[in-house]
Design a protein around this ligand. Sequence first.
Ligand SMILES: *[C@@H]1O[C@H](CO)[C@@H](O)[C@H](O)[C@H]1NC(C)=O
Ligand SMILES: *[C@@H]1O[C@H](CO)[C@@H](O)[C@H](O)[C@H]1NC(C)=O
Ligand SMILES: *[C@@H]1O[C@H](CO)[C@@H](O)[C@H](O)[C@H]1NC(C)=O
Ligand SMILES: *[C@@H]1O[C@H](CO)[C@@H](O)[C@H](O)[C@H]1NC(C)=O
Length: 163
Amino acid sequence: MQKQAMASSKFLLLSLSLLLIALSFVPNFTSASLEEANALQKWKASLQIPNNSQIVSSWTPLPMNNSAPALCPSWFGIACNADGNINRLNLSTSELKGTLHQFPFSILGNLTHFQLSINSFFGPIPPEIGLLSKLVYLDFSANQFSGVIPPTIGKLSIFSRTV
Ligand SMILES: *[C@@H]1O[C@H](CO)[C@@H](O)[C@H](O)[C@H]1NC(C)=O
Ligand SMILES: *[C@@H]1O[C@H](CO)[C@@H](O)[C@H](O)[C@H]1NC(C)=O
Ligand SMILES: *[C@@H]1O[C@H](CO)[C@@H](O)[C@H](O)[C@H]1NC(C)=O
Ligand SMILES: *[C@@H]1O[C@H](CO)[C@@H](O)[C@H](O)[C@H]1NC(C)=O
């Protein structure tokens, strides 16, 4: 009887330490992606979006204490890397109208793929787009962007189908 109790408490200890080890490997999804999500939320507020858009229904404010690692996949058009940072944004063909003035280029530095094609975006493409240093795929085609493509965009390693 005593032996059994001891064995089970040993087992409990072992499970507990395994759990702690496992937890220490869980990446910190909260801080980075929360800041990114809140920044995108502000940009969203500057756009005209159809009421029935999945952006309206899924890009919802996150509680500041959010600890759910699931926030990335829950937002339409967004994917995250293993660290929980947003690395892909695809809002192609979403009937969006607006500008990139409030787009959080400085916060979304981990973006590798950025697609806004087939919408009604207008105005200039801000030079801050050069801050997206990891960008390998950009598609802004079929919009009404104006002006010149900022020279900072030359930092892109691959530059496909643009304005
Ligand atoms: C969209 O929703 C807003 C607020 O709910 C409403 O005022 C507006 O008329 C709706 N627009 C369309 C096109 O349904
Ligand atoms: C986060 O805050 C909300 C509202 O303040 C609360 O209802 C919820 O329980 C909190 N969640 C966690 C994980 O602390
Ligand atoms: C981007 O989104 C559009 C529209 O939802 C979809 O057709 C396309 O396959 C997506 N592209 C990628 C690379 O996921
Ligand atoms: C990518 O995300 C990491 C983790 O949040 C951050 O430290 C780093 O500065 C980001 N990279 C860029 C280029 O913004």
